[in-house]
Structure formats: structure tokens, C-alpha cells
Design a protein around this ligand. Structure first.
Ligand code: C2O
Ligand code: CU
Length: 540
């Protein structure tokens, strides 16, 4: 057995941007980790070694559906035991035809994904759009504190906040300013030639940062892909990329550039302070590391302040599936009200319950394989409780049903309101849009008459206004999900701080027979007892 790729995860001190060296989780020695390229229609085995000495690990293939191999989804305490130090786990990844697009992989444990992440591109058998070349723009953010200190602070009573992003990174580099303090660090360079068309693949691998970005002197971008789904072209002059989101845009480079370099400017939104960063679009001689570029003293483009509604009701699938369920097919609407409260620690609640990584004591999917009598979430109990079964803390769903999921933003007891990029594992949903005030299903349905929305896996629960005003709803986001894939799937906010603070839900889709019946038993050593096999057992 020879894996198709090997990822080795270590904990090391590195220097990022203008910050002091600190400990980070790296993949094959770097952050971002190596670019993985898969081909649609193929199956891959990726071996992940935990070379850290004291931290558990999992790897998640963000945006891909692990429908065929749910034990490979990489969610600790849902789909697998985490991989302990000095162990490895073989992940089986099926990429169905039709899933070509832009993804990434990341650790799903604690705050590790802030650095333990890398691009994952699924190549097309037949590319539907023409372009001359493509470039990856991998967006991360980094903090003054290290990931372990941040994790501890977030579950501490009282809360010790991570701090705002001290820098935004593009392909591992970046400088600009944070909290008004200049951050002088060399910038990433994207080499281009005049008069060509490039596919830029933007990957939102940030922990916290909701980035707004634009390219100096290049006002027109055409979105052609969102979260692994090709779309009809959608024109925009700037992009908004939240944690977990991906967009491909076509950039037509200038036929006669008047400068040899142009800045790509990125700014955080919906945070108390603005973190600004830059990368370089370079028409000059191909960049060699000898002459670093630095951030400009002042912003070069003016990015919109407002954040709400970006591309909502404007993204249509390139090839409609014809499968978009009408309102009549919807069997249930599950409304998830997200709210921050203080229960000892400061915690995010979904319909009054948090999900933290210590609940349950054994991952559901492991329990199902072991068939050790773990209680399945009950549809009856869930029906009494807004979709969540309070005993198992999971949201049950039946195969075949169509569920509308409506997220409602009510902010915090303390009065503040945040924006949240909500992400679904398992399969993509039709994104029904977002708005302020209360969600009105009929009004929203009318907006889709005769049209099919694009399918997504990460979209924004925006904040409308700055405060909650006594717990009133200030922002909704609606999805339509056809439940087809048996398994245990997480649906959660992709801001790592919020996940650690409980802003996650776990869905058990299908009954015991369906989950066990459709899925082959994982022929992976150690899956049932711990997350992987020990070093030296690679030949098993
Ligand atoms: Cu990239 Cu559960 O997420
Ligand atoms: Cu959030």
C-alpha cells in the first residue's frame, strides 16, 4: 500500500510577517502546507503523520464531501478520534466527477488550522472556462499569541480574547498595518504577463479575518466559481472572502500596463479594528527573492466599508442541476439561533446548546461502527427543541428529506454583534440568500422563482447593525439541503475562535442501518480505538 500523498505535521517556531517568532503547526515544514492537486473522478489515500509531541491532530478536506468515506472527514469527536502524537491516519478521499474546483485542507483540532492548512485543487477533466494560466491566492491571518495560548484563553473563565489579527498573509507573506501600527514585511508576488486571462483561486483560510480585497488598477473581476461550484460569470470590482470560502475569478491583465507592479490590497471587515495587508501583481521581470517588495505607506484602493449581501442572489450555477427542490418539497425548517452568553466561560450557543470538543466522549461515527449501543439522536425530541436533540446534542435528519436551515444572528448578551461564516460538511447546500429582520420564507422563495441558486459550503450570517438591541434578530441566512449522504457531519461557524467557544453543530444524517449499511467498514487500523496507527505499522 503506497499512499498518494504524505503530510507530516510538526510544531515549530517560525517567523511570520513582522511578528516575533512563535510556535506554529506546520505541514511538511511550511505554512501554508504543500499544494495538493487531485483529479475529479479519482480516489486518493493521503497519509497524515502527527509528528507533534504533545498535541492531537485531524485533517479535514474542506468543501469535499466524504460521503463515500465518512470516517475520513477529519472532525474530532464527530467522525474520528483525533490522531495522537507519533501516530498516523490514512484518509480515503473520493472526488466525484463534477466536484472540480478550489478547496483546502486543514487540521480540525483547536486553533491549529490558523497555520496547519494548505490549498487543495481538484482539476477538471474538461475546463468550462478559458484562461491562459492560474494562480492560487491563499489567505491566512496570524496573531501575536501562539495557538496554544489562544486556545487556553478562549475556554478560560473569564474569556481571554485572542486579540485581533496582527497580519493578513497571502501565500504565507504579508505586511501592512494592524491597529494603526505599521507592519513592514515583504509581500507575496503573483507574476503575470500583459493581455492574458488568469484564473485566480482565492482561498479563505483565515482564522478570524473576513477579508475585503481589490487589485489596484484592475477594477473588473469575473467570478466563475464559488466553493467548488462553477457559476455563470458574475462581475464585481472587489471580493469578500471569509474564513472557509473560496472563489475563482477571471482576471484579464492589462494589455499595456503603465506600472510594472500593482498592489493587491486586503482589509479585515466587521472587527473593532482594521487589519490591512498587501500582495503584488507583478508585470515586471519574473520575481526572484533578491528584491523584496514592501507595503505602501498608505492604502492604494478604497474598499467598501459595508459588508452585507455580497453576491447574494447573484450567483447561478453554470450548469443548473435541475434538482433544486421547490418550497413544497421542504419537509422541515430548522431554525438555528446563534447567541453568545456567559456560562462560566463565554460561550456561543445554538438554540441554547453549545458544542465543544469534549462532548460526547466517543465520536458518534466510531460508536456506530462499534455498534456499542450509543443512543441515536431522536427526531421526536429534536422536534420539541428546534431540531436539536438535547440528550445527544445532535441534529438528526432523515435520508430523503429536504431541510431548510435558517440561521439567525442575535449576537451576545453583552450587546455586541459579530458576522459568522457558516460552513457545512457532508454535501453542499443551495444558498437561499440572506437579509435583515425576520426571515420570510414566501418572500424569499419568490426571489428564486424560475431560478436555481448556486450550491455553496460556506456563506455569511451577516451582522446588520452593530449591537443586538436586547437579543433581537439582526441578520439571517437561509440554506436548502437535500439530505442524501448518511454520516455524521458538522455544520459550524468557520471562525476558529468561535468554534472553540462552542459555535458548532453536529448532524447525524440517516438512521443506524443507513449509516452502517451504505458505508464500508473502515479498513483502517486503529480507527475504532484511537485516530490512527503507531509509527512502524505503515505496512498494515
Ligand atoms: Cu473547514 Cu469543519 O471545516
Ligand atoms: Cu462565528
Amino acid at each position: 500500500f503506497i499512499p498518494d500523498a504524505v503530510l507530516r505535521v510538526t510544531q515549530q517556531n517560525i517567523t511570520q510577517s513582522c511578528l516575533a517568532s512563535k510556535t506554529n503547526v506546520l505541514i511538511n515544514g511550511t505554512s501554508p502546507g504543500p499544494e495538493l492537486r487531485l483529479l475529479e473522478g479519482q480516489t486518493y489515500w493521503i497519509r497524515v503523520y502527527n509528528d507533534m509531541t504533545a498535541n492531537n491532530l485531524t485533517m479535514h478536506w474542506h468543501g469535499l464531501s466524504m460521503a463515500v468515506s465518512p470516517f475520513s472527514d477529519g472532525t474530532p469527536v464527530a467522525s474520528q478520534w483525533p490522531i495522537p502524537p507519533a501516530c498516523f491516519f490514512d484518509y480515503e478521499i473520493h472526488v466525484p466527477i463534477g466536484m472540480a474546483g478550489t478547496y483546502f485542507y486543514h487540521s480540525h483540532v483547536g486553533f491549529q488550522a490558523a497555520s496547519a492548512a494548505g490549498p487543495l485543487i481538484v482539476d477538471d477533466l474538461h475546463v468550462p472556462y478559458h484562461y491562459d494560466d492560474e494562480k492560487i491566492i491563499f489567505i491566512q491571518d496570524t496573531f501575536t499569541k501562539d495557538f496554544q495560548t489562544i486556545e487556553k484563553g478562549l475556554v478560560n473563565t473569564p474569556l481571554v480574547w485572542s486579540g485581533e489579527a496582527a497580519a493578513i498573509l497571502v501565500n504565507g507573506k504579508g505586511g501592512g498595518s494592524a491597529n494603526g501600527t505599521a507592519c513592514n514585511a515583504s509581500l507575496s508576488v503573483i507574476d503575470v504577463e500583459p493581455g492574458k486571462t488568469y484564473r485566480l483561486r482565492f482561498i479563505g483560510a483565515t482564522a478570524l479575518t473576513f477579508a475585503s480585497l481589490a487589485i489596484e488598477g484592475h477594477g473588473s473581476l469575473e467570478v466563475i466559481e464559488a466553493d467548488g461550484s462553477y457559476t455563470q460569470k458574475a462581475d464585481t470590482s472587489f471580493l469578500q472572502v471569509a474564513a472557509g470560502q473560496r472563489y475563482s475569478v477571471l482576471l484579464h491583465t492589462l494589455p499595456n500596463p503603465t506600472q510594472s507592479t500593482y498592489y493587491i490590497q486586503l482589509e479585515s471587515r466587521d472587527r473593532p479594528t482594521v487589519t490591512r495587508s498587501f500582495a503584488i501583481l507583478n508585470y515586471g521581470p519574473k520575481y526572484k527573492n533578491s528584491t523584496p517588495f514592501y507595503p505602501p505607506p498608505k492604502p492604494v484602493v478604497s474598499l467598501p466599508k459595508s459588508t452585507v449581501g455580497f453576491l447574494d442572489y447573484k450567483l447561478y450555477p453554470l450548469q443548473p442541476s435541475g434538482d433544486f427542490p421547490s418550497a413544497k418539497e421542504v419537509s422541515r425548517t430548522v431554525t438555528i439561533t446563534v447567541h453568545q452568553a456567559v456560562r462560566g466561560m463565554t460561550i456561543w450557543l445554538e438554540n441554547h446548546y453549545p458544542w465543544v470538543d469534549t462532548f460526547p466522549t466517543e465520536p458518534y461515527l466510531v460508536s456506530l461502527y462499534k455498534n456499542d449501543g450509543v443512543e441515536f439522536p431522536s427526531m421526536e425530541r429534536a422536534a420539541q427543541n428546534g431540531g436539536l436533540d438535547p440528550i445527544t446534542r445532535a441534529f438528526p435528519a432523515e435520508i430523503g428529506e429536504v431541510v431548510d436551515i435558517v440561521l439567525l444572528n442575535t449576537g451576545a448578551d453583552s450587546g455586541g454583534l459579530d458576522a459568522h461564516p457558516w460552513h457545512a460538511h457532508g454535501r453542499h447546500y443551495w444558498d437561499l440568500g440572506s437579509g435583515n429582520g425576520t426571515y420570510d420564507a414566501a418572500t424569499n422563495e419568490a426571489k428564486w422563482a424560475g431560478k436555481e441558486p448556486a450550491t455553496r459550503d460556506t456563506t455569511m450570517l451577516y451582522r446588520y447593525g452593530l449591537t443586538t438591541g436586547n437579543g433581537t434578530v439582526q441578520g439571517w441566512r437561509a440554506w436548502r439541503l437535500r439530505v442524501t449522504e448518511p454520516g455524521v457531519w458538522m455544520i459550524h461557524c468557520h471562525i476558529l475562535q468561535h468554534m472553540i467557544m462552542g459555535m458548532q453543530t453536529v448532524w447525524v444524517m440517516g438512521n443506524e442501518t443507513e449509516v452502517l449499511g451504505k458505508v464500508p467498514r473502515p479498513e483502517v487500523e486503529g480507527y475504532l480505538t484511537y485516530g490512527g496507527d503507531v509509527y512502524g505499522n505503515e505496512s498494515h
